[in-house]
Design a protein around this ligand. Structure first.
Ligand code: ADP
Length: 249
């Protein structure tokens, strides 16, 4: 079979804030079918790395490629148009409309028939079908009429992830998807991330170390702006320096 390159290639990116180097020559590859975890203690540079990949910050050095296209330096909306979706807190969700509307708006925004949707009954039906399918995939079927703002925090996370998914991205960046969730909700979101990753590669930052290591295929460990190591979850667990930076011993 032909060798397929990484979906996302981050190559030696650097970000300085004044004289302080927050991200120092960080490289990582995310391959299709994979969940890639970016871990490290507070202040390691994970969020800044996400901001560099998604265009919130421009790298001072290095490049970011999405399906071989250089996207470094593009503004966030252009990077998103190129197929990178990011789910961060619950920023994608509209609280004042139903779950169904939240999902439908996102499905419609990417639908080929979107420019004549109200005249074209086939497009309308297709968007409805995709929306219903998405609600089912998220485990939200039967409660689509609930307002976004009336959902539990965990439910809002699921909708937010669904909105990201509806844009049919080439890659998903997940920023602490489990933060603030109760145990049952963590299970639901973990299971959803696993199922999403079957179709769309995922780059995830998550503090719950045990859970993120059991979820991911590939791990990049950052410390003080640099990549300390990258490898399989088993290699990360076995690495003495990783334990050191987490326990501070
Ligand atoms: P992490 O997400 O791993 O906790 P961050 O990427 O948020 O780490 O931060 C890395 C370092 O960069 C920290 O020391 C932080 O204080 C610093 N930093 C982050 N953003 C800025 C900024 N806008 N200006 C100055 N320093 C920043």
């Amino acid at each position: 079979a032909p060798r397929i390159g990484p979906v996302l290639e981050v190559n030696g990116i650097v970000k300085k804030f004044g004289g302080f180097t927050a991200v120092d020559k960080v490289s990582l590859d995310v391959h299709s079918g994979q969940i890639h975890a970016l871990i490290g203690p507070n202040g390691a540079g994970k969020t800044t790395t996400f901001n560099l990949i998604s265009g919130m910050f421009q790298p001072d050095q290095g490049s970011v490629r999405l399906s071989q296209k250089d996207i470094s330096g593009l503004p966030p909306h252009k990077i998103s148009e190129n197929g990178l979706a990011r789910s961060f807190q619950i920023t994608n969700l509209h609280e004042g409309v139903s779950i169904y509307e939240n999902l439908r708006l996102s499905v419609q925004a990417k639908h080929p028939g979107r420019f004549n949707i109200w005249r074209d009954i086939d497009s309308y039906e297709a968007v409805h079908g995709e929306t219903a399918e998405l609600a089912k995939f998220l485990g939200l079927e039967g409660i689509e009429d609930i307002m976004g703002g009336d959902l539990s925090y965990g439910g809002q996370r699921l909708v937010d992830l669904g909105i990201a998914l509806a844009s049919k991205p080439q890659i998903l960046l997940l920023d602490e998807p489990l933060a603030g969730l109760a145990a049952a909700e963590r299970e639901r979101v973990t299971s959803l991330v696993r199922r999403m990753a079957e179709n769309i590669p995922v780059l995830i930052v998550e503090h719950d170390l045990d859970r993120v290591l059991s979820l991911s295929h590939q791990v990049t460990v950052m410390n003080q702006g640099e990549v300390l190591m990258s490898g399989s979850p088993a290699e990360v667990r076995a690495h003495s320096k990783v334990q050191e930076i987490y326990t501070g011993s």
